[in-house]
Design a binder for this molecule. Structure first.
Ligand SMILES: Cc1ncc(C[n+]2csc(CCOP(=O)(O)OP(=O)(O)O)c2C)c(N)n1
Ligand SMILES: [Mg+2]
Length: 605
């Protein structure tokens, strides 16, 4: 660290100033690190992380004091959350936009237990988060009766070791400083992911015996980038150049616009068809001529499967489940197409979580991030006549009036948003990728990662925080089940004035599982009509708009007719433009897209 002085009063987070004006402490006049947790706070300041989402707890009261009274609640600024799951989800959403780690701090073992679902989501989504926690006092002689004992675990990090990149429980302030820098460095180094550091309460609260000598923190967090060797690039470029039917599977890529344009240029240079996936963020314009089918969360469009079957060379840009997509196209047979895989993901595969998916057959493997591979391939291919140009426009079929469906919701929302830049921070499982073209890397941020329902609201608040002041309209479409599990994240958005529109595709059901019960019933020749029991969220219907209002957001609905949609969305968007969090409860008919329903209810899988 360059300095251990409290310069918090001078440094303001770069967010237009509105957030940093909130929750201001009286100046404590503390300029020199005096306690172990002050050293931890200095290390956090050195990472340049702007925010730290938290739910409080005595195990880290030392660190809490340092963040408020030593750093002055700036860089990082605290974001109080009502549940640890939303604290981590907010950091996850922030990373989805920025590609960078935010911090979250959770109370000893119990707060971490609450946080686990959100940590798993971020892990599977390969999103960086620096998660801090606490334990102890590790020295049992120092423990208060009862509470310090139940909140101390022998190996607390074991709770999350299977789905974090690295963890530590440092024993001294200097070791803690190193742990914070390492946690930030590892989290932000591809393949990215959450890291966890847990501080002994006694270490935090102890007075420093002597001043801690400053270090230049940047030197301990060097940027890491790897590039494929030239002979591999040449081999892949030759394969692609000579391919009759090249295909690109555009998977986990960055939010960088230049890299987006390079992917489009590569596809056009090759005349390659491109598939994308709603499990991950926007990777290619979905209304480009070369994009096949519409992306979805579960399964893949029939046109995309056909294109894969026809392809003679497949370039996977870190497709999330390459083995799975090949299996859906070829079954148990091994594809004859040559396969080029670009991924660093194998670096974090472990024996606990199987989220690494099946092992795909690969002919050329690039151990680097897709953006680097794409620009290397473009240079190796050299100039050539592009095969196609983006169409940029799409006719949307007119929907029949009648029962209100998710397609009506999407249609009216798209029209209400018009031409303004919009980020879909989350979509419901019932979302139809055909109804909303994605034309920019920030148009869609992907799903929750780990399939953990309840992440939608928190992830969306974090994404909206990162988008605040950019002019982009953050819009989340959440299932009612998802909304209800994560709804208290809204209070954090209201308190910190983070504008966001949440539209609830409210089918009053955990509908996904109705389809699973339908499948069971079909397989077992039992009554399909019973699929709703233990799934429907009605009698009483929940007042979702009321739950939003109770937390300081504006609530609209429930809307039950198609004609109410546009005028209400327009009002809600105006509220968001004026700085509010707006929630629109739209009562939709239960149902998924035909393709997804067929996939989920058929008996063969
Ligand atoms: C934490 C968690 N609990 C349960 C599930 C199982 N599950 C998967 S989808 C789903 C239903 C989600 O309901 P909702 O968000 O309303 O979406 P819908 O299917 O109704 O469109 C459930 C319960 C899960 N994936 N994650
Ligand atoms: Mg539902």
């Amino acid at each position: 660290m360059a300095s251990n002085r409290n310069d918090g009063a001078k440094a303001r987070p770069a967010d237009g100033g509105s957030l940093s004006a909130l929750d201001r402490p009286v100046l404590a006049g503390v300029n020199v690190a005096g306690f172990g947790s002050d050293v931890v706070a200095d290390a956090l300041r050195a990472t340049d992380i702007p925010y730290i989402a938290l739910n409080p707890g005595a195990s880290y009261r030392g660190l809490h004091d340092s963040l408020v009274n030593y750093l002055g609640n700036e860089r990082p600024q605290m974001l109080l959350c009502l549940h640890e799951e939303s604290a981590v989800a907010i950091a996850h959403g922030y990373a989805k936009v920025t590609g960078k780690a935010m911090a979250a701090v959770v109370h000893s073992n119990v707060g971490l237990m609450h946080a686990t679902m959100a940590i798993f989501n971020a892990w599977c989504d390969r999103m960086p988060i620096v998660i801090l926690g606490a334990t102890g006092p590790v020295d049992s002689v120092k423990r208060r009766p009862w509470i310090d004992w139940i909140h101390t675990a022998r190996d607390q990090c074991a709770l999350v070791r299977g789905y974090t990149k690295w963890d530590d429980q440092p024993a001294s302030p200097i070791a803690a400083r190193e742990a914070v820098l390492r946690a930030n460095w590892i989290a932000n180094t591809a393949p990215r992911g959450p890291t966890y550091v847990n501080f002994d309460a006694e270490m935090q609260e102890n007075k420093l015996a002597e001043p801690v000598a400053p270090i230049n923190a940047k030197r301990f967090m060097p940027p890491v980038e790897s590039a494929p060797p030239p002979d591999l690039i040449k081999r892949a470029a030759d394969l692609l150049r000579n391919a009759k039917h090249p295909m690109i599977l555009a998977g986990r890529v960055s939010r960088d616009l230049e890299a987006w344009n390079a992917r489009v240029a590569l596809a056009e240079r090759l005349g390659a068809q491109v598939a994308t996936d709603l499990k991950v963020a926007a990777a290619f314009p979905t209304d480009h001529q070369l994009h096949v089918g519409s992306p979805s969360i579960i399964g893949i469009a029939a046109q995309a499967t056909d294109a894969i079957r026809e392809a003679d060379v497949i370039l996977s840009l870190d497709w999330l489940d390459l083995s799975g997509i090949l299996k859906s196209a070829f079954g148990a047979s091994v594809p004859s197409a040559r396969i080029i895989q670009v991924s660093v993901d194998h670096h974090l595969h472990n024996g606990w979580s199987m989220d690494y998916q099946g092992l795909p057959p690969v002919d050329v493997f690039f151990d680097c991030e897709p953006d680097i591979a794409v620009s290397a391939l473009l240079s190796a291919l050299g100039p050539g006549k592009p095969h196609a140009v983006p169409s940029g426009t799409r006719e949307f079929r007119k929907l029949a009036e009648g029962q209100l469906t998710v397609d009506h919701l999407a249609d009216a929302l798209r029209r209400s948003v018009g031409n303004r830049q919009t980020t879909l921070t989350h979509v419901s499982l019932s979302w139809n990728g055909a109804g909303w073209p994605l034309r920019h890397p920030l148009d869609f941020l992907g799903s929750d990662g780990g399939g953990g329902v309840g992440g939608g609201p928190g992830i969306s608040v974090g994404a909206a925080l990162a988008l605040k002041g950019t002019g982009r309209l953050p819009v989340a479409v959440c299932g009612d089940g998802d909304f209800l599990m994560g709804v208290t994240a809204l209070w954090t958005a209201a308190h910190y004035r983070i504008p966001l529109l949440i539209v609830v595709a409210n089918n009053r059901s955990f509908f996904n599982d109705e389809l699973h019960q339908e499948r069971m019933a079909r397989v077992r020749h039992r009554p399909v009509e019973n699929r709703w029991i233990g799934q429907r969220i009605s009698e009483p219907d929940i007042d979702l708009a009321g739950m939003a209002r109770a937390q300081g957001a504006q609530g609209f609905g429930p809307l039950t007719t198609v004609k109410e949609l546009s005028p209400t969305f327009e009002k809600a968007i105006a509220a968001v433009d004026a700085g509010a969090i707006a929630v629109v409860d739209v009562r939709v008919e239960p149902g998924y897209t035909a393709a997804m329903t067929a996939l989920m209810t058929r008996n063969s899988e």
